[in-house]
Design a protein around this ligand. Structure first.
Ligand code: CMC
Length: 435
């Protein structure tokens, strides 16, 4: 495919000699895209890109990633600056509304979110229908989907006010649902939200408090929670966000769409990686065994991969991982856990992988999940809750992207095509004539 820069048209020549002009579109930053929407209509061929490695699925103004340079921007702001200077709800406001809030809007937004944190009491019975040993992601998926059965007054997606109320509800209620899933699994009473606490403090409170005694929230841990939530809030058109958009493109309600996003996030190649990091560290068990696991990761015949290393988009360094790395050290230091065997093991794994030829050549750096897994483990979250926490943070991104999609006048149902490799048409054989 040759580009004609002057007319900003790309030229595609097919094997039968036909030549087509396809418009080249430019964003504000980032690679241009070749607009192939007319391709099938004019040439009768599809593009083929199963992992979407070269496909832009939508136009968006929310998040920009330059994977080569290791840059992540939300609405133009660097993730490092947001993580250092903002609390989570400021970033949520930015993602949803496009601008950072002024002090009054910030307060107003925090107030609104805090007024939606409680759940309809009937929903508590839904939790009781799950087995106590159910994975918290399974419960989260089910309960978030069920919100559409409780909040009918915010499921009309054509009404901007209802869309906004649904967005606020999802952001406000997801920590309550996540922590209730945890409390249910360990047989403790549900802890209700408190409006005098900020978003991260309230999350820690609902997670770790018990009615029998006061829970004192550590500033370091609350700050770490804000950072973890900010770093996971949005990440452009990743698998779960694309799932939310695709589900939403049919006109499904936002609660159902976010439940679909949660299902997609659950997989170990996506949000499940932070949990997989801890399982891997437990499996390695001792610093002396790190090398043998690195050797396994290098072996093409062995499916084993180092969890928490590598990224589809960041081929240099994940900027979130850098912030998360310093947060991990801060938390481990504050809790006096730097020298616990698991964290020494993690540091050794990181050191060896960063020097190893295979990892260096393939540009497989520790990703955000490597450090968030370690930090969450140190704070006291059980590994089965790690992905749930990711989902709590990513709900903001899902909701922002879903709203953007619904408001886009060019929005159509997402309907990819395929390269069919099955049996061509053949005559039907009645059952008595078969075999
Ligand atoms: N350990 C060992 N080898 C690896 C790893 C790893 N963690 N990741 C990639 N490779 C190898 C892979 O075998 C392949 O080798 P070859 O070229 O010889 O076939 C090469 O590197 C490219 O890998 P890929 O699977 O084609 O790359 P991808 O872009 O499709 O996958 C990934 C990206 C994140 C799924 C993958 O790196 C991986 O499985 N990492 C471990 C799981 C993980 O940490 N996931 C969290 C991702 S970050 C959170 C998020 O944003 O959701």
């Amino acid at each position: 495919m040759a580009m004609d820069a002057e007319r900003q048209m790309a030229q595609l020549t097919l094997s039968d000699g036909r030549s087509l002009q396809l418009p080249e579109l430019s964003g504000t930053i980032g690679p241009d895209v070749v607009d192939v929407r007319s391709l099938y209509g004019s040439a009768g061929v599809f593009t083929y890109d199963p992992g979407y490695t070269s496909t832009g699925s939508c136009e968006s103004k929310i998040t920009f990633i330059d994977g080569e340079a290791g840059i992540l921007l939300h609405r133009g702001y660097r993730i490092e600056d947001l993580a250092q200077h903002c609390d989570f709800l400021e970033v949520a406001y930015l993602l949803l509304r496009g601008e950072l809030p002024d002090p009054a809007s910030n307060e107003d937004f925090a107030y609104t979110i805090s007024r939606h944190t409680m759940l309809h009491e009937q929903l508590t019975y839904l939790f009781r229908g799950f087995r106590r040993d159910a994975h918290a992601m399974a419960i989260l998926c089910g309960v978030v989907g069920a919100l559409s059965a409780f909040y009918h007054d915010s499921t009309d997606i054509t009404d901007p006010h209802q869309r906004m109320v649904a967005s606020h509800r999802l952001i406000a209620k997801i920590p309550t649902i996540a922590t209730m899933a945890y409390k249910y699994s360990i047989g403790q009473p549900f802890i209700y939200p408190r409006n005098d606490l900020d978003y991260a403090e309230n999350f820690l409170h609902m997670m770790f408090a018990v009615p029998a005694e006061e829970y004192v929230i550590s500033d370091v841990l609350a700050r770490a929670m804000h950072r973890i939530l900010i770093l996971h809030a949005d990440h452009e058109q990743n698998a779960s966000t694309s799932t939310v958009r695709l589900a939403g493109s049919s006109g499904a309600n936002p609660f159902a769409c976010v439940a679909a996003g949660i299902a997609s996030l659950w997989g170990p190649a996506h949000g499940g990686a932070n949990e997989a990091v801890i399982s891997m560290l437990q499996e390695i068990g001792d610093v002396s065994r790190v090398k043998s696991f690195i050797d396994r990761a290098r072996d093409p015949a062995d499916p084993f991969r180092l969890m928490g290393f590598g990224h589809r988009v960041y081929k240099n360094y994940d900027p979130r991982a850098r912030v998360m790395q310093s947060t991990a050290h801060e938390v481990l230091g504050a809790l006096g856990k730097e020298n616990e065997p698991m964290f020494r093991l993690a540091r050794e794994l990181e050191r060896i992988a960063l020097e190893d030829d295979y990892f260096v050549e393939k540009k497989l750096y520790p990703n955000v999940d490597f450090y968030s897994g370690i930090t969450l483990q140190a704070i006291g979250f059980p590994p089965s809750l790690f992905t749930v926490l990711f989902a709590v943070a990513r709900t903001v991104g899902w909701v922002a992207q879903w709203n953007e999609m619904i408001e886009d006048p060019a929005q159509r149902i997402g309907r990819p095509r395929q390269l069919y490799t099955g049996v061509p048409e053949r005559p039907f054989v009645p059952i008595e004539d078969r075999g």
